[in-house]
Design a protein around this ligand. Structure first.
Ligand code: ATP
Ligand code: MG
Length: 565
């Protein structure tokens, strides 16, 4: 049980493990694995699987392996292996010495295949991929046996050895399991176990020219590692009978496979293939683009591992597919950052504010609270002077109704400072654009002085122009315009739903000087603007770049309130 005051709600996987422990199915052991294919970066959906695989093992005093299911030589790369290890560690999990690769088992898998051939349970087929598909039949029509199905054991052993030795061209032969061409489960209609592919593998080099199919490798890899509970997503439910068949034929350790619903999120796509398309077609700047649902992207955006783990805990584990509102993920993030992010003042779209009656060369250090949620975070000094920057949005020459910020004749409080009254504006002679707002201040209204004087309706943030640090600030919106990015008209693909306004770059923001030492990995709340972090890739001492992690508007909290949760 999790070590906090609210007990973790149970779920069916925990129930299954409890039952196994009760009947002593695996001697009380819980050994799980997270088995990514290294053909892309991990995404938030993988985080759900990681939290479950590592979480269950930890909860029951077992262990979780990290195993790369690297059976496909042409799509897999070391870059992906490295990023996956980095991301799992970042999320807070540790596989210890239990790092494995399915490719380490290629010899054993080959021997297992020979064992099946000898038992008359596998044969070498000369049908092409297209013919195999045609012979397989459909959900309503049974398949028919390949003409090569009844080759003798000797012939199959000889051909399989020669396949391995590289005697035959790619695609000319396969090794297939001999199961049942009339099975209602298409996976059982003599599935392919090996194909010939003369391709270099990222770990085994050119040692092999035949490669095991995922379905042939996966269950046996679990078995070899002594996995007890093999958790995977629902689409593998129909493959379980096949995995069971292989293990039973071979007579080796038999893990329990348990399927759960994959995570789907609104405004988000999670297939690695689609994410690769976004990267390759240049719709994003890379796998770690802060708009990507990859762990690398979320990290760069400013997401914390704590928030992601909390999210995975809250969504729970179920047996039927559903889509989670992305507002919940953002809510978990706000809850985490609210507790620990220091508040700062930053003006994203600056407009000059000149205080006419403030002494020209005076600079006051004003006390600002670091985090109202955390008194131990203390206070800091913010310089105040005659020329400030405020947000363009906080001034209107012609204010709409209920506008309580600055406009000619109106008064507002400058956060941690004084009340100022707007006296007029200066406009660019040519364009008519407002380039400066003028005001006067009332020295008797200093914040925290005990004599703040009258109350005003608006409080706005500011930075002192001379001391402010210039920065580029990047604001993000969802990468897709539709809650379901897959919703397209006939013939279109998901890229038509890409949000062309998902990134807004503000090149001339101004930050209060306390942010001078900001480095990646620190989180801040810019008052009234949201949570921000330094961009780990593009920021430098010469040019600070901040990402907005998330705004302050919590739509999820509103939904919860409305539902009376
Ligand atoms: P994708 O469809 O995104 O390419 P995948 O299933 O092919 O994902 P793998 O690398 O095979 O990716 O996944 C490793 C593990 O993560 C598997 O156990 C898989 O079931 C799980 N997983 C993948 N996507 C999700 C998801 N959206 N929600 C929960 N678990 C997932
Ligand atoms: Mg997969």
């Amino acid at each position: 049980m999790a070590q906090n005051d609210t007990p973790t709600p149970s779920h069916f996987i925990r129930d299954i493990i409890e039952e196994h422990n009760k009947i002593n199915r695996f001697g009380g052991k819980v050994i799980t694995r997270f088995p990514p294919e290294p053909n892309g970066y991990l995404h938030i959906g993988h985080a759900k699987a990681i939290c479950l695989d590592f979480g269950m093992a930890k909860e029951y005093g077992g262990r979780c392996h990290l195993r790369f299911d690297d059976t496909n030589p042409t799509k897999e790369e070391q870059e992906y292996v490295d990023s996956i290890m980095e991301d799992v560690r970042w999320l807070g999990f540790d596989w210890g010495k239990h790092l494995y690769f399915a490719s380490d088992y290629f010899d054993r898998l080959y021997d297992y295949a020979v064992q099946l051939i000898k038992a008359g349970k596998a044969y070498v087929d000369d049908l092409s991929a297209d013919e195999i598909r045609e012979y397989r039949g459909t959900l309503t029509a049974p398949g028919k046996g390949s003409p090569y199905r009844n080759r003798s054991v000797e012939e199959n052993l000889d051909l399989f050895a020669r396949m391995r030795a590289g005697e035959f061209p790619d695609g000319s032969k396969t090794l297939r399991a001999k199961i049942d061409m009339a099975s209602p489960n298409l996976n059982m209609r003599d599935p392919v176990m090996y194909r010939i592919r003369k391709a270099e593998h990222h770990r085994t080099g050119d040692k092999w020219c035949i490669y095991p199919m995922y379905d042939w490798a996966h269950g046996q890899s679990d078995s070899i590692e002594g996995i007890t509970h093999s958790m995977c997503t629902l689409e593998y439910e129909d493959h379980r009978p096949l995995y069971d068949w292989y293990l039973d034929q071979l007579g080796i350790h038999h893990p329990q496979q348990i399927e759960f619903a994959r995570l789907n999120l609104t405004y988000t796509l999670m297939s690695k293939r689609r994410l690769l398309t976004l990267v390759e077609k240049g719709h994003v700047t890379g796998w770690d683009d802060p708009r990507m649902p990859t762990l690398a992207g979320l990290r760069r955006r400013g997401y914390t591992p704590e928030a992601i783990r909390d999210f995975c805990e809250r969504i729970g584990v179920a047996k039927s597919n559903s889509t989670v509102d992305i507002a919940l993920l953002e809510h978990c993030l706000r809850e985490d950052l609210n507790k620990r992010a220091p508040r700062m003042m930053a003006v994203l779209r600056p407009l000059k504010l000149v205080i006419e009656n403030y002494p020209e060369d005076q600079v006051e250090e004003l006390e600002a609270v670091n985090n109202p949620e955390d008194p131990s975070a203390g206070t800091r000094q913010a310089p105040f002077s005659r020329v400030l920057y405020i947000e363009q949005d906080d001034f209107r020459e012609n204010p709409p109704k209920k506008y309580f910020r600055l406009f000619p004749g109106n008064e507002v409080r400058l956060r941690y400072a004084y009340i100022v009254k707007c006296t007029g504006v200066v406009k660019d002679e040519k364009t008519g654009e407002i380039i400066e707002v003028r005001c006067t201040y009332d020295p008797a209204t200093k914040s925290g002085s005990g004599q703040e004087g009258k109350k005003v309706k608006g409080t706005i943030h500011w930075v002192s122009a001379a001391q402010a640090i210039p920065a580029e600030v990047r604001l993000y919106d969802h990468l897709f315009t539709k809650p379901n990015p897959d919703e397209v008209e006939g013939g279109q693909d998901f890229t038509v739903n890409i949000n062309s306004n998902s990134l807004e770059t503000l090149p001339s923001s101004r930050l209060e000087p306390s942010l001078a030492g900001a480095t990646p990995g620190n989180f801040y709340q810019f008052e009234r603007q949201g949570y921000f972090c330094v961009d780990a890739k593009d920021s430098s001492s010469a040019r600070l770049v901040f990402n907005r992690t998330v705004t302050l508007r919590d739509t999820w909290a509103k939904i919860e309130k409305k539902d009376g949760k």
